[in-house]
Design a protein. Structure first.
Length: 372
């Protein structure tokens, strides 16, 4: 496996720890630990290692699935990683007409809708071939026909991130169902990273609920404000989940006992209050960024979630120059659009506390004015 460097993480490593304000974070602000019971008892492995069966059953109900069709993971990052291994690695990889017919000499293939989080195309690229279907600005609309044209007999998985990171585009249900049907018609799975789904006031049905070829990944990080738990899950067909579990024995073995303990609380009676609070914060902060975009004559697609993809101001030679100037002069971190394949944009995260957002926007504005 030859994996590409994670360019966004390298960018953060260069600037994040020394900067005053992080305006590139892609999740909602973190909750305080004292809102929860922090005593999980004995700090042992979770047994069984795919997660507590009762909690898996509760999560499965949200997707019209069974407990054995859920695997708890170390965040959505591991969930996606294990799903790709299950679907694309080796002779036992699942999905694709070629795999179904026993043509094991075919290189596994994935179709990935981009721009997206780098792991969603870099991991399958390390395991096989990837065709990328690009969303086009300014609407970033999903082209189902283009995905269909990119599918091959050996395609095992079609990959979507909805709501999209970095653009904030929430592809409508009819488009997602069309995409599911296209994948299923080619004996391929539709894998949807849905970490931002519950930040919407009107969340779409998850892809794993759409049929046997649907796979959903999610976590408690982006919508719940519990990044430090590193608690996520895969939901999908039992054979995919079983194969992912086999790989998990060689990664993290079991989810964190501490993460699972707090997950039970966050997904229980506290959930409604947490999500209501986080949606309110996201909506308020989004309005503030909307005003900023208008004030400086920039453009974006009005997002769902806590990420926006904003046009680069005049006076800068591309996204890296702009973002590097902002962090070096104003100590505010933004994410260059070049890292997502679009050099005319930068990603801004607005899930942080509003006072920090206001200070960050003020500093970015000062930088834009100085270089206008």
């Amino acid at each position: 496996m030859n994996i590409a460097p994670f360019e966004l993480e390298r960018w953060f490593a260069e600037y994040e720890h020394e900067a005053d304000i992080m305006l590139a974070e892609s999740g909602i602000r973190s909750l305080e630990a004292d809102r929860f019971d922090l005593d999980p008892g004995k700090l042992d492995y979770v047994i069984p290692t795919d997660g507590d069966p009762e909690l898996r059953a509760e999560v499965a109900d949200r997707y019209d699935r069974e407990a054995d069709e859920v695997l708890f993971t170390c965040g959505a990052q591991e969930a996606n990683f294990l799903a790709f291994l299950a679907l694309m690695d080796g002779d036992e990889a699942l999905g694709g007409d070629a795999a179904a017919s026993g043509s094991a000499d075919q290189t596994p293939h994935a179709v990935v809708v981009t721009p997206t989080y780098q792991a969603l195309h870099a991991v399958p690229e390390a395991l096989g071939d990837v065709s990328r279907v690009w969303l086009e600005p300014p609407e970033w609309e999903l082209d189902v026909d283009a995905v269909a044209d990119a599918i091959r007999p050996e395609t095992s998985v079609v990959v979507l991130n909805n709501p999209n990171n970095p653009t904030g585009r929430y592809h409508p249900e009819e488009k997602v169902r069309e995409l599911y049907d296209v994948a299923a018609d080619h004996d391929a799975y539709l894998l949807c990273d849905e970490v931002y789904r519950l930040l919407s006031d009107d969340p779409l049905p998850p892809v794993a609920s759409m049929g046997e070829y649907g796979i959903s990944t999610a976590s408690l990080t982006k919508a719940y404000g519990l990044a430090g738990l590193r608690f996520g899950w895969i939901v999908g067909p039992e054979d995919v989940v079983e194969r992912a579990w086999q790989w998990k024995d060689y990664t993290t073995i079991s989810p964190s006992i501490f993460g699972q303990h707090l997950a039970e609380q966050a997904l229980g009676e506290r959930e409604r209050a947490i999500l209501d609070e986080n949606r309110t914060l996201a909506a308020h902060n989004c309005e503030r960024v909307r005003e900023f975009v208008t004030e400086y004559d920039l453009s974006w697609y009005d997002p769902v979630g806590v990420n926006g993809f904003v046009s680069i101001p005049d006076g800068f030679d591309g996204s890296k120059e702009f973002c590097r100037t902002v962090v070096e002069e104003e100590s505010v971190v933004l994410a260059p659009g070049e890292l997502f394949g679009y050099d005319d944009y930068f990603r801004i995260g607005f899930g942080l506390p509003t006072d920090e957002l206001e200070e960050g926007l003020s500093r970015v504005g000062d930088c834009i004015e100085r270089h206008a």
